[in-house]
Structure formats: C-alpha cells, structure tokens
Design a protein around this ligand. Sequence first.
Ligand code: GDD
Ligand code: MG
Length: 335
Amino acid sequence: MMRAVVLVGGIGTRLRPLTYSVPKPMLPVGHVSIIERLITNLVGGGVTDVTLALGFKPEPFIEAFPDGTCAGAQLRYAVEPEPLDTAGAIRFAAEAVGIDDTFVVANGDVLTDLDISALVDFHRSHGAEATLHLIAVDDPSAFGVVALDDDGRVRRFVEKPAAGTEPSNLINAGTYVLEASVLGRIPTGRKVSIERSTFPAIVAEGLAYAYATDDYWIDTGMPDLYLAANLDLVSGRRSGQSCVGVHPAASVHPTALVERSVVAAGTCVANDARVVDSVVLAGATIGAGSCLSRSVVMGRIGAGATVHDSVIGADGAVADGEHIAHQRRPDPARP
Ligand code: GDD
Ligand code: MG
C-alpha cells in the first residue's frame, strides 16, 4: 500500500473569479477535474490511498466522490480548522489518517505525466528523507528553485527567488516522496511552509534529493496556464491523452463555430457565436453572434459581444454588444 497526501486547501487567489465558486482543483481540464486527473496519475504509479488536505471549500470535494473513491484510490479527507500552509497541512492530514511510512505528497493544482513509481524508487535508492520532482523552465522565479549536486542531492532550495537570483532553471514541480520522519520536523498549531522552512532544514542536513524529468507538467493555478492545460488536451498536444472539444451534453447551435476550445456539458452556445481557443465552463451561456477568444467563461456573454483574453466568473457578465479584452469579471481587485 502506498499513501499520498494531496494539498487542496489553498484559496486559489490567482484564479479568481473562477475560484469564487469552484475550488481550484475541482475545476475541469478537458471535462475532468484537475484532482481526478492528478489522482489518476498517482494511481498509475502505485498509490492506493489518497488523503485530501482540505481547508477552503471542502464540500465540493466530498460531494464529487460520494463513494469515497477516485480513479480506484481510497479517498480520505482531512479538513483543517484554519489554513496551516503546506507543511502544516501535510502534518495535519498525515496524522489524521495515521501515516507512519514513506508517502507521496502532491500539490493539488499540478498536472503531470511523471511516473510516481520511478520517483519512489529513486528516493529509496538514495536513502533520502525527502525527494522532489523537478522540471526545467525558462523563468523559474515564480516557483521553488533547486540547485543540485551531481549525485542528485539538493544543495539549495529557494522559494520564489527574485528574478535574476535563481540558482538554476530547475523548479520544484510539486510532487514529493517523504519519509514519515519529516512530519516530526513540522511544528504544530501554526502555519508552516514546506518550501520556506521544512525543505531548507532537510537540505541543510544533506537528506533532500531531487529528480528532474521532462514529462508533461503544468501548474494550472493561473488563468493563462489553466487555459493552456485545457488547450493542450483538446489540441492533442499531450501524448496518450486528449479530450473532445464540445461535450455531448452541451447545446451548441449548428451555426455556431467552435475551434480549439473546450465546451462543458450543460452550457449553451447560441447561433452564429464563435468560440476560439477558449474554455466554456458549466453555467456559461454564450450569446448569438458573440465572439470569444483566449478566454475562460462561467458566466453570461451577451449577443454580439466580443471577449478576448478574459476570465468571466459565475457571477460575471458581458453585456449585449460589449467588447472587452484582458479583463476579469467580477474584478477580483475590487472589494
Ligand atoms: N490544505 C492546505 N492548506 N492546502 C494548501 C494551503 C493550506 O494552508 N496553502 C496552499 N495549499 C495548497 C494549494 O491548494 C495548492 O494545491 C498547493 O498547496 C500549492 O499551493 P500554491 O498556492 O499553488 O503554490 P504555488 O503554485 O505558488 O507554489 C508551489 O507549487 C510550485 C509548483 O507548481 C510551491 O510548492 C513551489 O515551490 C512550486 O514550484
Ligand atoms: Mg500552484
């Protein structure tokens, strides 16, 4: 049996207004929730039991998996009384379900084809206390950045370094294998970040290792990346995985044009609308003759409107004939 803790308690600030109504890991990518895709990959790598470390909006997760399983894994829920940050959440969840052996941790917003069993093997063969999956990126400053020795030992871990000061282009890709001893390093009863305090402490003792791969990887936590994750699937850019664009239970008028887009079940796209490089989510209505490009929509788009590079939440609307670009509605910056 291999257990995993998946961190899903963040408030999803950067994906507002979408996350006003749906917690980030419950948002669909290619018609299937991020959490279900993530757990499917964990199960493929040998994970049998998954504990969701919940805080913000736990109910949608519990309702989504009424039989207590997901992708063949037994699901358990640990709901924090208040946000404990990443390390605090891991300790809280692990103790709630009695984890006392090597286990896997995943950030709940990451989609990857990483072979988890290979990460576990690497961890064991190096005698590591913590092993991190790494990915090389062009701009690492928005992530945890790792400097490695030749043998795969982590020499430095620095969370979100100032641009230009990154020690490498290898970032923490948000999947870890941890020994249970890591739990004892995490103080209880307050917020503790695994990236800012626990990993640096393990690195200082020479017990952290990391394993870089070039697997498909995306952190869906920002609108352009959430959009990209969907478009990658619908455009067949992911090996071995794809999705239909228009869900069979969506209502798309025969004169509407849908190109390189994901249109969810239950949505309505009216006559002569154009939907290009976009994601139309449950609850959305797309008005007659409107034009949608590079946008994510949960709300209402009026007739004849044009919407480019925008995010329209469940309570957002674009009026008939209105033309907008680079907007979020409702605007999360406004109280
Ligand atoms: N339960 C719980 N409680 N979960 C939390 C909390 C909390 O207090 N705070 C954050 N999380 C969850 C989020 O829901 C998310 O799934 C995960 O922890 C990571 O938080 P993010 O807010 O998405 O972090 P990030 O994307 O800025 O950075 C993290 O991921 C990067 C890779 O995508 C870090 O781990 C970086 O080091 C890493 O490079
Ligand atoms: Mg993230």
